[in-house]
Ligand binder design. Sequence first.
Ligand code: KG4
Ligand code: ZN
Length: 347
Amino acid sequence: MLSLGIDTSCDDTSIAVVRNSHEVLSNIIASQHSLHEDFGGVVPELSSRQHIEELIPTLNRALKEAKISLEDLDIIGVTLGPGLIGSLLIGIQAAKALSLALKKPLITVNHVQAHLYAAVMSAPQNASLFPALGIVLSGGHSFIAKMQSPLDFKLLGTTIDDAIGECFDKVAKILELGYPGGPALEKLAAKGDKKAFALKAGRVKNKALHFSFSGLKTAVLYQAKGKASNLRSPLIIGDAEKADLAASFQEVAFRDVIKKIHLACKEEQPKSLLFGGGVTCSQTFQKMLFEENLLPAYFPEKMLCLDNGAMIAGLATELYKSGKKSDLAEKAFTRMESLKRLQEEKA
Ligand code: KG4
Ligand code: ZN
């Protein structure tokens, strides 16, 4: 079974061909990072326009590298949400047009679920993974879910304010580092002392597995720029303290996630941990987690870690096998809706 996966949810045009849900024949990513760099974040209008430019060349490259033609495809998978609405629409319209013209089933995919499926694709095919804890740490989401299969989710905890990646990006902005913030912050933190600043992650009353990161971000702002400062205020700390603050923030944020994983393991007795989302690419996070000697933990391999079409194509195959058929009338959905949909989508 050959599946096409299209993802235009944010700032990368990604198209891939996957065979039998896990064999990646091609995975092309046309990155827009340089386009948005000067603005310190993704500019939605620029992003949508660039997707229009990149879509067909990226599709042609994906087919060529996989050594197949459009007619060889069995299904067309595409991210339906969450993401930037204008960007999503470009990929969705392309997928609908392909499905209609080629008379191949259209399978719409939840991008967040696909990030976790990337870990399933990367695990040894004979590994016994389920029930698993699925942990997504990305720019848009932070949650822990119990998974009975790649398609069956029960949400255990999520953030009540900022997503962890959003928090890393904002802290990086406060410390005047580049965009995207996470990798720049990790690099600076490596030079700092993680015990130098006393910071705390937020606690959510009566919801031990929920996250709250916005207070932590504000605490970093006040340490870096003084009490009652704002984003535009000048830094009041030098380079060495900046590195210490980055290291202390990173330690507290990741320690909080690990504490919650411990707790969820105790309560739910999963067989494995599956990770997804850009923040889990952090080498520091992975090292901290492995030092805890928790269950077998599976991370997406490098090419499946950031936004990519292969995870969409892979998950689309699983969904198709479970009987899903999408409709040409389906509409893009938002971040608010994605967790609800995640729990509804069962095999
Ligand atoms: O999953 P992703 O590519 O996009 C979303 O779907 O959100 O995640 C992007 C997020 C950004 O917030 C970025 O700063 C963060 O992942 N990130 C990191 C690291 N690498 C990427 N955060 C912390 N440490 C890193 N090394
Ligand atoms: Zn993503």
